[in-house]
Design a binder for this molecule. Structure first.
Ligand code: ZN
Length: 59
């Protein structure tokens, strides 16, 4: 009898991570956001305003 090796479910998260550069509409502060963080809310570290993802551009 042989056992098949189990795959760690979190392992796939390391595949090609992209980073995007967003600019705060209020104070123009740049913020780098990774492609696995798109489902999270991001706020500017300077003024605290939420950053609009539609203004992100691939970096
Ligand atoms: Zn800001």
């Amino acid at each position: 009898m042989s056992k098949t090796p189990m795959h760690c479910p979190g392992f796939e998260q390391f595949k090609s991570l992209e980073s995007f550069l967003c600019r705060c509409p209020e104070c123009d502060e740049e913020r780098e956001i990774f492609s696995d963080e798109f489902d999270k809310a991001h706020t500017c570290s300077k003024c605290g305003k939420q950053i609009d993802f539609s203004k992100c551009q691939p970096y």
